[in-house]
Ligand binder design. Structure first.
Ligand SMILES: CC(C)=CCC/C(C)=C/CC/C(C)=C/CC/C(C)=C/COC[C@@H](COP(=O)(O)O)OC/C=C(\C)CC/C=C(\C)CC/C=C(\C)CCC=C(C)C
Ligand code: CTP
Ligand code: MG
Length: 180
């Protein structure tokens, strides 16, 4: 039961997890806010770029297609019916994750935090909220069947742990400037 819930939650969230990884690896270039300020502070900052957002959205959507292909080979040995992703759901999870992260940067700048500053709690869950919201809008039937309340509870507990571990790993590998 617990294995099934964790496996389902992790699998269903993978198209939302990988976009931010891809943005770190492929990001940079022109900032989305074009350097504009609001109230004396950048609207988003140099950490949110068109290239990173596009790379993240493509990576997450592509991963959903790959997961659909390999799902049966993973489901059988695990004994868990892992979800498959309609294209709209994969795209919604991926773009939503990027939009959640962008929304968090907007809030960070409004609260006086410079680029790269930590915002505990928000940093760990911004992309989850964005991904789930857009997946719900893009594929409501699939969302309700996949993200049951127990699965959502596992996502909310598991994601911050994964986020901390992944970010510390990326920092130690020199891929990120901050370990959060
Ligand atoms: C995108 C491609 C092509 C490859 C990604 C490679 C990779 C390691 C994927 C892991 C996917 C995954 C399951 C991640 C965990 C879930 C999660 C919450 C991810 C959020 O990612 C955050 C991201 C940016 O954070 P921010 O924008 O919110 O601040 O973190 C940075 C990640 C990277 C730069 C990707 C590469 C990271 C590493 C190589 C770190 C190595 C990871 C470890 C040593 C531990 C990994 C452990 C687990 C359990 C995943
Ligand atoms: N939409 C995005 C998201 C991330 N990145 C890249 O990934 C890095 C790390 O992402 P993140 O930690 O989310 O950004 P920060 O630079 O810490 O900025 P902020 O304080 O606004 O979160 C960014 O610096 C940027 O190079 C990007 O190019 N485009
Ligand atoms: Mg950051």
């Amino acid at each position: 039961m617990v294995v099934s819930l964790v496996a389902t939650a992790f699998w269903a969230m993978l198209p939302a997890y990988v976009p931010n990884n891809a943005a770190v690896l492929a990001g940079g270039g022109r900032p989305i806010d074009g350097g504009r300020t609001w109230g004396g502070r950048r609207v988003l900052g140099d950490g949110k770029t068109w290239r990173g957002t596009a790379a993240g959205t493509l990576a997450g959507t592509f991963l959903a297609v790959v997961l659909n292909a390999v799902g049966p080979a993973v489901s059988d040995p695990l004994g868990v019916a892992l979800p498959t992703f309609p294209l709209a759901a994969g795209f919604g999870l991926a773009l939503g994750a990027m939009l959640g992260d962008i929304g968090a940067s907007f809030l960070k700048r409004r609260s006086g935090r410079e680029r790269g500053a930590a915002f505990p709690g928000l940093d760990q869950l911004d992309f989850v909220v964005g991904a789930l919201a857009l997946a719900f809008v893009a594929a409501p039937g699939w969302f309700s069947a996949t993200f049951t309340l127990p699965v959502l509870a596992v996502v909310l507990v598991m994601t911050p742990v994964l986020h901390v571990v992944t970010n510390v790993g990326a920092y130690l590998l020199g891929l990120k400037n901050e370990p959060w």
